[in-house]
Design a binder for this molecule. Sequence first.
Ligand SMILES: [Zn+2]
Length: 126
Amino acid sequence: MARIPEQEIERLKAEVSLQRLVEAKGVTLARQGKDWLGCCPFHADRTPSLVVSPGKNLWYCLGACATGGTVIDWVMKAERVSFRHAVELLRNDAPLTGPVVRQATVPKLAAPVGAGQSDHRRRGRR
Ligand SMILES: [Zn+2]
């Protein structure tokens, strides 16, 4: 399986707005100090127990879930996908992420085998 570079993961964690991801899940966030509070979509939440810290871009459910993390952890839980899949979703600027800062990908050198395709994209490689 092609490894996702650590720096790519760090970039996503820093650049993808967690607040936006949470709101895209239909959670209404209310400001509380420097954090945002909302009802956790992952359990039957009657009192807002989901805390989003925009400064750190981290979330935490103080309620039944007692879990939290980064934007990647959020997507894993919200979309029920693997870590890798979550990274792919965020990376590919899926609609669920809202506007993600696009960065030009570093052009890859054409592989000597199977050359001819300049636009060599990741296939379903493991
Ligand atoms: Zn929860």
